[in-house]
Ligand binder design. Structure first.
Ligand code: ATP
Ligand code: MG
Length: 262
């Protein structure tokens, strides 16, 4: 494929709302659809890397080495998934926290990742997905500077709604100041439980304020999603028949359709 490469960050300042699970499993589902996918772990917690079996204690080269210039091409650092041949991971280690501290005052550091992704050798990927940390800092900003699209995973709770409003304001601010290409592709309702009135009310509220089209297919609460990372596998590999796997496949298909309608 690769007509226009899509660069998507799964962002939300709210912790634990399903960013990593979404980035990892959408990446896997898109790769299973035949797309060539690069998942960049931008969080020092390294949860996306671990979720695909790339444990920090075994990782020789990571995003940190690229950002500080030890390597000049993403292709020097990417690792191929053991399970899905089209899926590549740019892993993180806890060293990323050092990058955030060392370069906090350097305005140009926020452009490092986008420069690397605009290089010719990164153009072979159909999708570049990013998993940022929940903190407001250099690493999360760097993903908003490098991406063209933001997908916001949201838990349908009152505080989740507050976090969403804040995240939308932040994206508008980045759009107005640093990255005019960035836009919000959609919101993923995560840990979704359609039987609660709270979830339904909040979903109605989101649709009323942001429009129906903004809401992407939900990811239901499913224990297989939470179990899969301990085996270093995405849920599609760990429990292919689970509802988690089903939901992520549906979501990836819809996201992929959106590229055809551009
Ligand atoms: N739909 C789901 N059903 C059940 N468990 C889930 C679901 N989505 C995510 N989880 C689990 O919930 C926890 C938090 O999810 P995740 O790590 O994806 O959130 P996050 O937003 O990336 O967190 P952080 O802000 O720390 O980066 C993880 O243990 C994950 O496996
Ligand atoms: Mg995470």
């Amino acid at each position: 494929m690769n007509i226009v490469q899509r660069r998507i960050t799964f962002s939300n300042r709210k912790g634990g709302c399903g960013k990593t699970a979404s980035a990892v499993n959408v990446a896997a589902a898109l790769a299973l659809l035949g797309r060539k996918v690069l998942l960049i772990d931008c969080d020092a917690q390294a949860h996306a890397s671990i979720s695909l079996g790339f444990f920090p204690y075994n990782t020789q080269k990571s995003l940190y080495d690229l950002l500080i210039g030890t390597y000049s091409s993403v292709l020097n650092v990417v690792q191929q998934s053991n399970f899905i041949k089209n899926l590549f991971v740019l892993p993180a280690t806890s060293q990323l926290a050092a990058f955030e501290l060392e370069f906090a005052g350097h305005t140009e550091a926020r452009f490092r990742l986008s420069q690397l992704l605009l290089a010719k050798d990164a153009s072979e990927f159909d999708y570049i997905l990013m998993d940022p940390p929940p903190t407001v800092g250099l690493l999360s900003l760097m993903t908003l500077v490098s991406a063209k699209e933001v997908v916001i995973p949201v838990q349908l709770h009152f505080l989740g709604m507050e976090g969403l409003a804040e995240m939308v304001r932040y994206v508008y601010q980045v759009n107005a100041t640093i990255n005019p290409d960035i836009r919000i592709t959609g919101i993923i309702p995560t840990f979704y439980n359609q039987s609660t009135r709270l979830a339904k009310n909040i979903l109605d509220e989101i649709e009323k304020t942001m429009g129906k089209d903004i809401v992407l297919p939900p990811i239901r609460q499913n224990v297989s999603i939470a179990e899969a990372p301990s085996f270093g596998k995405c849920v599609l590999e760990y429990a292919p028949k689970s509802i988690g796997s089903e939901d992520f496949k549906r979501l990836a298909q819809l996201l992929d359709q959106k590229s055809k309608s551009r």
